[in-house]
Design a protein around this ligand. Structure first.
Ligand SMILES: Cc1ncc(COP(=O)(O)O)c(C=O)c1O
Length: 365
């Protein structure tokens, strides 16, 4: 390819990425395939740069051969394995094609009763359009000054028509975490009044426990988990919900075919992934090391940031004086993006250590 063509191709690709970013702002994320000529570092969607694990990849390849059959035995085994991990039975688990399917399903379940849902702002919003469309008004509650979920104000925003409260813990896009005792007290108080949809997509990156042990006590507690993050399987599309068996039944009834959304190949990958503790530990450690590289870079640039309990970092470029996004994009590093219009707070996903060294080099010159 001629140099001129390569430059043209690069410009087109970056334009395509900008387009994809804008589409996400409209609450739908698009991934546009890249031509091989450009080695882009993609730090936009909190994907795990290390996954899927070797065991998971092998299981998926093997499963291709049996994908002429419905995968019920694997679905059941996966639900049993998840149960073994979280101290539950398969009756506590709903499988979906990614946790976003199940976030949407839970929101629609809540919307069947009409009324409102309370959620922090900013937060992970993918479930909101379907919820609005099916009858829920969404009340957004700003974060605290420290960018933490404001549980007190969320409780105050609730009224007799509140059907659901959404909490993302650790939070996206901020990376903050609600301490377990505080969250448990909130669940205890709120669960008798409304569904609590607790999104634990990033819990495994933190040192705080899941709230899984509470689902038997609170039928209104729905915990959404995913294989997209620590397990490194975002493209495989497997997620699950942990809830009281009575709640699981309600959610299953809203699925066109209960627990049948994920493919045989993806389920086989998830089953191998859930048993691969060494890979989880590796990803958590690598994420922490790569995050430290980025923290050090931000420190050198005097850019304030929030200590993250996740695989991304939220930082404030107000005093930076240069275009943070443009500097990275000039080096084919894409993904720094805004979640609060009118501010210069940005979120960047954490890649490999090598990728974060490239981020550092681009920014520090
Ligand atoms: C907080 C949160 N929940 C859910 C999801 C969706 O995950 P899945 O790939 O399982 O649909 C994401 C993806 O970025 C997320 O950040």
């Amino acid at each position: 390819m001629q140099r001129r063509d390569l430059i043209k191709q690069t410009a087109l690709t970056l334009a395509a990425f900008t387009l994809s970013r804008d589409l996400f702002a409209a609450e739908a994320e698009q991934t546009i395939p890249l031509p091989d000529v450009i080695k882009t570092i993609k730090l936009s969607s909190n994907e795990n740069p290390h996954g899927p694990s070797a065991a998971s990849r092998k299981a998926m390849i093997d499963a291709v051969m049996s994908s002429n059959r419905y995968p019920w035995d694997v679905t059941t085994k996966l639900r049993e394995e998840i149960g073994a991990l979280t101290g539950h039975t398969k009756e506590h688990i709903v499988i979906g094609a990614g946790s976003s399917e199940l976030l949407g399903l839970t929101a629609v379940w809540a919307a069947l009763q009409k009324g409102n849902a309370v959620a922090p702002d900013p937060t992970f919003r993918l479930w909101m359009p379907a919820a609005r469309k099916t009858g829920l008004e969404i009340k957004l509650v700003p974060l605290t000054e420290k960018k933490e979920t404001d549980l007190q104000r969320m409780k105050e925003a609730m009224n007799a028509q509140t059907r659901m409260v959404y909490i993302c813990n650790p939070g996206n896009p901020t990376g903050t975490i609600i301490p377990a005792a505080e969250l448990e007290a909130f669940i205890k108080e709120v669960a008798p009044k409304a569904i609590i949809l607790l999104d634990e997509a990033y819990t495994e990156f933190s040192n705080e426990p899941s709230m899984a042990h509470l689902v038997n006590d609170y039928p209104n507690l729905v915990i959404a988990k995913t294989f997209s993050k620590i397990y490194g399987m975002a493209g495989a599309r497997v997620g699950y919900v942990l809830a009281h068996p009575a709640t699981v039944k309600q959610l299953n009834e809203l699925q066109p075919w209960a627990n049948a959304g994920a493919s045989a190949v993806s389920l086989a990958g998830a089953l191998a992934a859930i048993k691969d503790k060494a890979f989880i530990d590796y990803c958590k450690k690598e994420n922490a090391a790569a995050k430290t590289i980025f923290y050090n870079t931000l420190d050198k640039l005097n850019i304030p940031y929030i200590q993250s309990h996740t695989s991304f970092v939220y930082f404030n470029t107000t005093g930076f004086g240069k275009d943070f996004k443009a500097i990275l994009e000039a080096k084919n590093i894409v993904g720094a993006r805004t979640f609060e219009e009118g501010t210069k707070w940005l979120r960047l996903s954490i890649g490999t250590q090598d990728e974060m060294k490239k981020v550092a080099a681009a920014l520090l010159g």
